[in-house]
Every structure is written in C-alpha cells, then in structure tokens.
Ligand binder design. Structure first.
Ligand code: MEV
Length: 455
C-alpha cells in the first residue's frame, strides 16, 4: 500500500489508471477490486461512453435490477410499469396490488397543478417599499429580458407564470427574495428555470442601478444565489382506489373485508399521528415512486426531498396517504408533489430511460405524475396489508430463503423441500445450511439403500 495523500489531475486520467491508483491505495482485496471494476464495463464502447458522460471520474457501472410491474389500470388504461430497485419484494408487492385493484376499477388520478418554483435570493440596503411600488414596471422589464430564453417554452404553453418580491428582512437583515413560478410543460425544466432566474437577477440589478426613482448613489443589489426550488407543493397529483369493504375479503385470510378495512384505516391514522411510523410508512410509498422515477431517468433525490417536505407541511411529519372506511366503502388516497419530466435531461439520453418511457406509451409529464403516484399508492397498499395481516417478514423471508438456497447451490428438488420445511419455521442462513446438510445426508443414505437392494 502506498502512503495516502491528496492527488492532482485524477479526473484527467484514463479509466485504467484511475482503477490502478484505487487498487494500489485503497483496496483491501487488490486482485478483486481491479477485476470487478472492469467486469462491469459495458462491451459496447459507444454505450459505455454515453454512460460515462452522465457523471465524472467513472471507473465502472453499478448494476441495479430493472423489473416490470404489470396490470396497472390507471384512469382506464393498462400499463406495464418499469421499476429500477435493488430491494426484494417491492416489484412483487406493486404487481400484486395492481392486479387486485385492476379488478376493482383500478387507480384514479387528478393533476391538481403543475407549477414549479424558483428564487433569486438577494441582499439590499435600499428602499423596499419603493421597489414594491415599481413592481408592475419591474416585472415587465424582467419578462422582456427573458423573451428569447422563454420563446420555445411559451410556444409549448409554458414559461414564467408569475413572480413576487418578498421581504425577509425581519428574519435576516437586508434579505429579500424574488419568488418566481414556472410552467415547464413536459420537461423537468431545471436548466430553463435556472437560466431565467440568473437573467432575472441581472435584470433586477440593472433596473435598480438605472431607474430614475432610485438615487444615483442608491445601494447596489447583492445577489446571493439564483436557483430553482425543489419544493413544488403546487406540482401536485392525487391518486385514489376504492371498493366496497367486502371486496377486501380475499386479501385477509380469517379476517372479514370490513375488519380488514378498519385495521387498514387505523394503520394509516397511526402514520398520520406518529412521525416514527410516518417515516417508515412514507418510505414504503417511495419504494415504488423512486423505482419508477429512476427507471424513467428522473431525479429521485428531488422527488424525495420534496415529498418529505410536503409530508411535514403543517409542521409535523405525517403519512402522505389517507384512508377512509365509511358506509361500507373503502377508499385509499395519496396526494403528493411530483415534479417530473418526460423530455430533456436523462429521459432520452439513457437508453433504458428512453425504453421505459416508450413502454409507458411516451406519456406527458402529467400522465407520468399519475403513473408514478399510482405505483406509490399500490406499494403502500401492499406494505400496510402485509403489516396488519401476516406481518412483513413472511414475504421477505420467502425471497430470503430463495437467495440463501441459491447461494448454497441447492437444486430444484432441494429448493422445493426447503420451501415446504420452512413454511412454519424461521429462516436464517445457518438454519437453511443445516437443513440442506441433513437433506443431502438423508439422500445419500437413501441412495445407498437403493443400491444395496438392487445388488
Ligand atoms: C420496507 O422497505 C417498507 C415498509 O417498511 C413500509 C411500511 O412499513 O409501511 C414495509
């Protein structure tokens, strides 16, 4: 191992030199590290160059499973939904909820609004009351300054939809803000929003320095930063599924449908009351949401940050979903902000993101909001259903058992025998190992006996 120290020029090195340096300086298993990094290079050099282009200092690719959840009936149309996720059971859970609801009218959605937000944060010692009195003129100047920038977006029905100057100087001396709202149609719109905001910031500085209403020696505007906000509470979608509570009978073993509905509604209320439960409950929703967001080349960090802020919009973190069981009707509902795009960004550059969108029928951003929200609700439905009936481990353990058996090289007969044996027992690596050893020993004895009889 070499002595670790800061290095210069890493980003310029070829991939093989980066890996060698990594192996020489940081690997615990040098022979494995180099081999594994290279093993996941894509054999298609053109494709590999595209993937490398998404990020910096790339040395390998990190594979994640790409699954399909079929049978999603959303607003009267069937979808097969691509999901990229490493956690077992998530795609299976989404698929099973989709199938259940498809037979009961499916998921219904409503786009509440698609407004996105951006801010110019500035510090200024000038006369804010005077600035406010000039707001109509200033807005016109700023809008005309970005005419060329917004021309294409306006043609598509979007652009800057509003702006407002806000005074935060009570909270932070001299701090003001220009809050701007945007419609970005089918694009996520980050570059568009940020470019407009930067142009607005320059325009604001210019307006104040040139306008005759401000004295020649009036203080200058100090623009601290111009950036979109990932909090988009008005880029909002609602999704719900409903059925007579008796229809839930088939989901809950010995429990009746109405009993199940009551327990389900209680579980959702608990997640509305208690933040410890709410975070886990919402995490289950995002299991589904993130998987589709990733598969379609959207930004899951932005979606998560916004969703969690929305979950705490009244000052306490709560469940994003709600459930009612009233007059024999079970209604499960989710409302959350989803600022996604179906053009621009990675959506067409990443070959699998492009495929995902094609599989979804090349949806508009609004339709994609509906699709993603439906998967979130389906995921939440399956998780809460398991929790209030069998418990979550039963399903997980089935997959866990499969993985252990695979790891121990079990054949088909052994897999089936283990499945039956562990139906009422706790799965652990050592328990499965012992079971397999005993099974194989018994097999050998049985074969020995057969041979002896044949002789
Ligand atoms: C696990 O990834 C997600 C759950 O914990 C969600 C929930 O508790 O509602 C099962």
């Amino acid at each position: 191992m070499h002595e670790k120290k800061a290095i210069a020029g890493f980003s310029k090195w070829p991939k093989s030199k980066k890996i060698k340096w990594l192996v020489d300086n940081f690997s615990q298993t040098p022979e494995d590290t180099g081999r594994e990094m290279e093993r996941f290079w894509h054999p298609d050099a053109v494709l590999q160059r595209i993937i490398d282009g998404f990020s910096e200092n790339t040395v390998s690719n990190y594979l994640l499973p790409y699954g399909i959840a079929p049978n999603f009936l959303i607003d009267g149309r069937y979808y097969a939904i691509p999901m990229v996720i490493e956690e077992s059971s998530v795609v299976a859970a989404a698929s099973s909820a989709a199938k259940f609801w498809a037979d009961r009218g499916g998921f219904h959605t409503r786009i509440v609004d698609t407004r996105k937000m951006g801010q110019v944060h500035f510090f200024w010692k000038g006369d804010f009351v005077l600035l406010k009195s000039l707001e109509p003129e200033l807005k016109a100047v700023l809008n005309s300054r970005v005419e060329a920038l917004t021309a294409n977006m306006r043609k598509r029905g979007g652009g800057v939809t509003g702006m407002e100057f806000l005074n935060f100087s009570q909270l932070e001396p001299d701090y003001y803000q220009l809050l701007v709202s945007f419609e970005t149609c089918d694009s996520m719109g980050a570059n568009f929003i940020n470019s407009v905001l930067e142009a607005f910031a320059e325009g604001l500085q210019h307006f104040i320095s040139q306008h005759p209403a401000f004295a020649a020696n009036s203080p200058k505007v100090d623009v601290l930063m111009s950036i979109l906000s990932n909090y988009t509470p008005d880029c909002l979608v609602e999704v719900w599924a409903e059925c007579p509570a008796e229809d839930l009978d088939i989901l809950c073993g010995a429990m009746s449908g109405p009993e199940f509905a009551d327990r389900f509604a209680k579980a959702v209320r608990v997640a509305c009351i208690d933040p410890f439960r709410a975070v886990t409950h919402n995490k289950g929703i995002f299991n589904g949401i993130d998987a589709v967001v990733l598969a379609t080349g959207n930004d899951f960090r932005a979606i998560e940050a916004c969703g969690h802020a929305y979950a705490a919009r009244d000052g306490q973190y709560r469940s994003l979903s709600r459930c009612e069981h009233v007059d024999g009707l079970f209604r499960f509902h989710l409302e959350l902000p989803l600022a996604v795009g179906t053009v621009g960004g990675l959506t067409k550059l990443h070959p699998l993101a492009k495929q995902s969108l094609e599989i979804l029928g090349n949806p508009s951003a609004r339709e994609l909001m509906s699709i993603i929200a439906s998967v979130g609700l389906a995921q939440n439905f399956s998780a809460v259903r398991s929790l209030i009936t069998t418990g979550i481990q039963q399903g997980h353990m089935k997959l866990h058992l499969q993985n252990i058996l695979h790891h121990l090289g079990a054949n088909e007969v052994e897999v089936e025998a283990a499945r039956v044996y562990f139906e009422d027992k706790t799965v652990s690596h050592s328990a499965v190992g012992h079971f397999l050893a005993a099974w194989r020993e018994a097999e050998q004895i049985a074969q020995g006996l057969v041979m002896a009889v044949k002789k």
